[in-house]
Design a protein around this ligand. Structure first.
Ligand SMILES: CC(C)(COP(=O)(O)OP(=O)(O)OC[C@H]1O[C@@H](n2cnc3c(N)ncnc32)[C@H](O)[C@@H]1OP(=O)(O)O)[C@@H](O)C(=O)NCCC(=O)NCCS
Length: 175
């Protein structure tokens, strides 16, 4: 899909249908509608949605779900619509999550990723994540191991953060 720009904002109920389509296309065991709704009512959880503008309106391009607990961000979900991947959208979502969480005291970000998921690992490595541990056969659907990765938010390489998400960005409209 061609698009004329991306806006990142809070999750809205009307996003759910498109999010579920992306989710089903992205994961062997997709999150259910109920799981997304329960995140919405969880005070620790935040869901950001990237919306791509096109001639007929906007389409959900990707989303990120994370919790901030004390000085840590726990990244629970991130996905980008297949035909918009490799265009920097996940980087923008992750950067925004980090940028918004830093003033609240976040110093670390942690996550689990399938050992087989090399595109995601590359994304995280770009942000300075390293592997801190392994949970063997953690994913019961495929038997895949989970890699536990974390990054020090004070050491995120600046080239990982798109200019629009660097400190001092005036808004989240990205042409
Ligand atoms: C992983 C995912 C979110 C990346 O989204 P994206 O918008 O394509 O990522 P970006 O364009 O911001 O890419 C950032 C970096 O990730 C790496 N990367 C992304 N996709 C890649 C691929 N297919 N192969 C190799 N590296 C890749 C690159 O290093 C890239 O940096 P570069 O553009 O400077 O080379 C996307 O592939 C996706 O939705 N996958 C399915 C869901 C998923 O696996 N989520 C992660 C769960 S832990």
């Amino acid at each position: 899909m061609d698009h004329d720009g991306l806006t990142i904002g809070e999750y809205e109920e009307g996003d759910l249908v498109e999010i579920l389509e992306i989710e089903k296309d992205s994961f062997p065991t997709p999150w259910s509608p109920g799981l997304f709704r329960s995140e919405r009512t969880n005070p620790l959880s935040r869901m950001l949605v990237g919306r791509a503008a096109h001639a007929q309106g906007t389409a959900v391009a990707g989303y990120i779900v994370f919790w901030r607990v004390a000085d840590e961000i726990h990244l629970h979900n991130i996905a980008v619509r297949r035909d918009l991947r490799k265009g920097g959208i996940a980087s923008r979502l992750l950067s925004k999550a980090i940028r918004d969480s830093r003033p609240e005291g976040a110093r670390w970000v942690t996550l689990e990723v399938r050992r087989s998921n090399l595109p995601a690992q590359k994304l995280y490595e770009k942000f300075g994540f390293s592997i801190r541990g392994v949970r063997r056969a953690y994913y019961t659907d495929t038997g895949d191991d989970a890699l536990i990765m974390s990054a020090d938010l004070g050491r995120v390489p600046s080239e990982a953060v798109p200019p629009s998400e660097q400190r001092g960005a005036q808004n989240d409209n990205i042409a």
